[in-house]
Design a protein around this ligand. Structure first.
Ligand SMILES: [Ca+2]
Ligand SMILES: [Ca+2]
Ligand SMILES: [Ca+2]
Ligand SMILES: [Ca+2]
Length: 416
């Protein structure tokens, strides 16, 4: 039978699928009808373009453009650019990699960002569809703006930001936010997944939506301020949803306590829309659950968090892994961190790996001060007498350590 529009789905198939035999992409999501039907995507729903059906971090749209299999986690494109401040990648700054991706002839390029703290001026994702992908590990890459602007801005449909931490290290300022999305247009979509947006002291809080539909999946949006009532960008502690934008929040945590309870966690104005699914939101806003998620200062779940194996958790298209690269279990935990305690010592794997370098129940002999830059500069007098200084922890672990009390690991306080 003929395939009149040449989209890989013959006319009989188009009839069965309900698609347009004269239109290669009936739902205008950038993926042809033929590919969508062959991969059991929905050729009549544009919202699956930035979903990740096989959970391999690569959205369906990118799998299609890059000619990989959206149904197989083993089939995915490699990163096109690698950012490593220490060298060895294609670039040492994210800005340079974005510039390269924009100036290339190809679309839907992938930038892998190695761990580090990046203090570059506001990153600008525009011109071409780009996926910014943090390398997963115990210390995921941090984008820490030192400027009175957002850490990053996404201005084009198809942008995906996966596995990064966004924060500011400056004092409060008006306008802007941790992430700024301004991608208006028909069926315009941006996806944030497995990201931590924390400690952004901005008038518009964690994330500004100023155009487009933004799918926020497994993100942890905590301790952002957004408590200015007259900021130029308006206010919203977690999200500021304006200008006909649409926030689709799923499997996430929005918990931004401040001194001004009148400012919403998700502030919706000027035609903005919002749907919240399977998420914790302070105050129960927008149908979220009002339970303290017990998140530490890095955005990770403490062992007693209600975000772990949430009651009524639903199975949705999710990443197979969390921001640390740890395997998600069903039901997946809320936010960017999946709580894993593989040696059952009451200490999360990511926490042990980050601070001790392995999963041993007490400090390993290989640990050095250089692993602990925050403590290295802390004068000993600043250590409360009730806490044992890190470097005097006994080097020899008892053969059968007592089971720690849940929620009270041996030492987890770090100077802020
Ligand atoms: Ca066809
Ligand atoms: Ca399509
Ligand atoms: Ca579709
Ligand atoms: Ca995929």
């Amino acid at each position: 039978m003929a395939d009149t529009d040449g989209d890989g789905l013959n006319d009989g198939g188009e009839l069965i699928a309900g698609t347009d035999p004269w239109d290669t992409d009936s739902d205008d999501d950038g993926i042809t009808d033929g590919y969508e039907v062959s991969k059991a995507l929905n050729p009549l729903n544009y919202q699956d373009a930035l979903e990740d059906k096989d959970g391999d971090r690569i959205p369906n749209l990118y799998e299609f453009i890059r000619a990989t299999d959206a149904n197989s986690a083993a089939s995915k494109p490699a990163a096109d650019y690698t950012v490593n401040p220490a060298g060895g990648g294609t670039h040492t700054t994210i800005t340079a990699a974005i510039t390269a991706a924009k100036s290339g002839v190809n679309d839907c390029r992938i930038i892998l960002v190695k761990p580090g703290t990046y203090t570059e001026a506001m990153l600008d994702l525009s011109g071409k569809r780009i996926m910014l992908m943090g390398e997963q590990g115990a210390s995921p890459p941090v984008i820490s703006s030192a400027l009175a602007s957002s850490c990053i801005t996404a201005k084009i449909s198809g942008v995906v930001i996966d596995g990064l931490v966004f924060t500011h290290n400056v004092l409060y300022f008006n306008g802007w936010s941790g992430i700024h999305v301004d991608a208006p247009g028909y069926h315009s979509q941006v996806r944030l997944v497995n990201c931590v947006v924390r400690d952004n002291p901005c008038a518009s809080g964690g994330v500004i939506l100023a155009g487009g539909e933004v799918l926020v999946d497994h993100c942890t949006v905590v301790n952002n301020r957004g408590d200015e009532t007259t900021g130029e960008g308006g206010t919203g502690r977690g999200f500021y949803v304006s200008d006909d934008s649409y926030l689709r929040l799923r499997n996430s945590i929005v918990w931004n306590p401040t001194s001004s309870p009148s400012v919403p966690q998700i502030n919706i104005i000027s035609g903005g829309q919002c749907t919240v699914t399977n998420s914790i939101v302070l105050g129960g806003e927008q149908g979220g659950t009002n339970l303290d998620p017990q998140v530490d200062r890095f955005g990770n779940l403490r062992p007693t968090s209600p975000a772990i194996n949430p009651v009524g958790g639903v199975t949705l298209p999710v990443s197979l892994t969390d921001i640390h690269g740890e395997t998600r279990t069903n039901p997946p935990d809320l936010g960017a961190d999946e709580h894993r305690d593989s040696d059952a010592d009451g200490l999360p794997d990511a926490w042990e790996t980050r601070f001790f370098g392995n999963l041993a129940p007490t400090a390993p002999p290989t640990r050095t001060q250089t692993d602990l830059p925050q403590r290295k500069s802390m004068p000993s007098a600043a250590i409360p007498p009730s806490q044992t200084p890190m470097l005097t922890v006994p080097m020899t672990a008892p053969s059968s350590p007592p089971a720690p009390t849940p929620g009270t690991p041996t030492r987890m306080t770090t100077p802020c």
